[in-house]
Design a protein. Structure first.
Length: 93
């Protein structure tokens, strides 16, 4: 069993309120969860309007599958024009 995790720090330039930030993140998280079948949650910067940190986890029987899924999720986030990736930390157990 392999566990892949990613911590992705985001900048949300168009967000002018916490409500708007949560709306954007809710949409992104739902699309990622549905498309890639992973667990995802906001794990930091809850009170900041334009910053967020998403935690993503996947459990797989193959390391290659977990790596590929995490890479695809990061590319998916990079293509989203409402977000910018500031930093990322990827780990595999």
């Amino acid at each position: 069993m392999f566990i892949g995790t990613a911590q992705v720090e985001l900048f949300i330039p168009g967000s002018l309120s916490l409500k708007e930030k949560r709306f954007i993140l809710k949409s992104i998280k739902a699309r990622i969860q549905n498309q890639f079948n992973v667990s995802i949650a906001e794990v930091d910067f809850h009170d900041k309007w334009q910053r967020s940190c998403l935690g993503i986890a996947i459990v797989s029987n193959e390391r290659k599958h977990a790596e590929k899924t995490i890479d695809n999720i990061l590319r998916f986030i990079e293509r989203e024009d409402r977000l910018e990736i500031i930093d990322q930390l990827i780990e595999f157990l």
